[in-house]
Design a protein around this ligand. Structure first.
Ligand SMILES: NC(=O)c1ccc[n+]([C@@H]2O[C@H](COP(=O)([O-])OP(=O)(O)OC[C@H]3O[C@@H](n4cnc5c(N)ncnc54)[C@H](OP(=O)(O)O)[C@@H]3O)[C@@H](O)[C@H]2O)c1
Length: 286
């Protein structure tokens, strides 16, 4: 029986990137829809769960994407609600690549570095930064700081994460280069999770730091998020610090993304989201 994936995107046009990965993961066909909201998603879900019964249900699955992470998460909740009893298909939620990217950052770092008891600073508290924080804590980091240019915003993020995941993350303010350097005092790992094409970690903030062992960056668009880092750096050592750039992380992200899509077709009742995609990443060779 052919593997069918229902691709639900909260953006008006379904992402070409997400569809290309699906074919590379061995799916036979994609049914892609844009402009999906929690209010219009139910008939699409019914289209998947009522066409194939019993054991055959595992050959159908749903992927939820979109650049608005919060809107995609609401769609995820509505999809779950549309299932009843054992009548369900597996679902992957990876809006803006946030879960697969964060999982890849953390796997790249911990594959060659013992993170237990270490202090991590994540500069940029968007979806990728937030999920990276969760995974670093899961791996045993003793303290994780998430920064914003506004301390109030950083506090709002960490308070929400406490509510959602019961984790303690320290808020930090990264308004100036000096503030970033101060936050990095005593830190072992720094991760730049800022927007594309913006340098958020200047050399002056990391160069004379005595404790930093690893710096990673997920911005692939010049200038790099970290001054002195190159996009292809893959554990490259400079001035006693190991660097990981966006391509090294992105190459592994592609493997994780494909691995998660393949896993969807193993059964009809999985929900792969920020809490479960990391487990899949852990099973994939770096
Ligand atoms: N390599 C890959 O495979 C891959 C895949 C997906 C995403 N990405 C990259 O991952 C990065 C993070 O993604 P995301 O969606 O989490 O990011 P995001 O939400 O777009 O941005 C993260 C944070 O950066 C801060 N920021 C925005 N503009 C800034 C500026 N001009 N200067 C300093 N800080 C600024 C904002 O925090 P405040 O306003 O609170 O300071 C924002 O919350 C992006 O660079 C994205 O391109 C890479």
């Amino acid at each position: 029986m052919k593997k069918l994936l229902l691709h639900l995107d909260t953006d008006p046009v379904p992402s070409a990137f997400d569809q290309a990965v699906v074919y590379d993961a061995g799916v036979d066909n994609i049914l892609a829809y844009g402009g999906i909201t929690r209010d219009n998603v139910t008939p699409h879900v019914h289209g998947m769960i009522f066409t194939r019964g019993g054991k055959n249900l595992k050959n159908s699955a749903i992927f939820i994407g979109g650049s608005n992470v919060a809107a995609s998460e609401l769609v995820g909740k509505a999809v779950k609600k549309a299932f009843f009893g054992p009548v369900s298909v597996s679902v992957m939620l990876d809006p803006n690549g946030s879960n697969t990217t964060a999982a890849s950052i953390v796997r790249k770092v911990v594959a060659a570095y013992d993170i237990s008891g270490k202090k991590v600073v994540i500069i940029g508290g968007g979806p990728v930064g937030q999920r990276s924080a969760l995974y670093f804590l899961k791996e045993g980091a003793s303290e994780v700081i998430i920064t914003s240019r506004s301390l109030a915003r950083a506090k709002a993020i960490t308070e929400q994460m406490k509510k959602d995941y019961d984790v303690n993350i320290t808020p930090g303010e990264s308004r100036s280069d000096e503030a970033v350097a101060k936050l990095l005092k005593g830190a072992h790992v720094a991760v730049a999770c800022g927007p594309a094409g913006v340098c958020i970690l200047p050399k002056s903030a990391w160069q004379n730091n005595e404790t930093l062992d690893v710096i990673a960056d997920v911005n692939a668009v010049p200038p790099m998020g970290v001054e002195g880092l190159e996009v292809m750096d893959n554990g490259t050592e400079k001035e006693g610090i190991r660097f990981y750039g966006a391509i090294a992380i992105g190459n592994f992200k592609m493997k994780v993304h494909r691995g998660a899509i393949s896993a969807l077709f193993e059964s009809n009742n999985q929900f792969l989201d920020e809490t479960t995609i990391y487990d899949i990443a852990c099973k994939i060779n770096i």
